[in-house]
Design a protein around this ligand. Structure first.
Ligand code: FES
Length: 107
């Protein structure tokens, strides 16, 4: 399946690079830019990056599951990502509320 239409990169190519990176260091932080750099490519519109992040998460989880990495050492990336988004949403809502209250107090 084509993931990046700017660079014509498929999910299989991306997964292969991620697995190579994990073979080098299975605990390294992998981000889309690092994957594309390893392929000699770079993000152009970067519209594919959310899908690449999903591929990184799934491939990393599969990598550790196949190698039977101790359950306690495997981080549930999706749960942590969801938690991060919830924290960001709450912080944004708090900032907006503070701005509204400051405007009411000023005028
Ligand atoms: S779709 Fe991948 S950089 Fe544009």
């Amino acid at each position: 399946m084509l993931v990046c239409s700017c660079n014509y990169i498929t999910d299989k190519e991306i997964k292969a690079v991620i697995n190579e990176m994990l073979d080098e260091d299975c605990w390294q932080l992998i981000v889309p830019g690092k994957v594309y750099h390893a392929m000699g490519k770079r993000g152009r519109c970067c519209g594919c990056f959310p899908n690449v992040v999903d591929l990184i998460i799934r491939t990393t989880q599969e990598y550790h599951a196949v190698r039977q990495t101790e359950e306690t050492k495997v981080i549930n990336f999706m749960e942590r990502l969801k938690q991060f988004h919830e924290e960001q949403k709450a912080a944004l809502a708090a900032r907006r509320q503070a701005m509204i209250e400051a405007r009411r107090a000023a005028g």
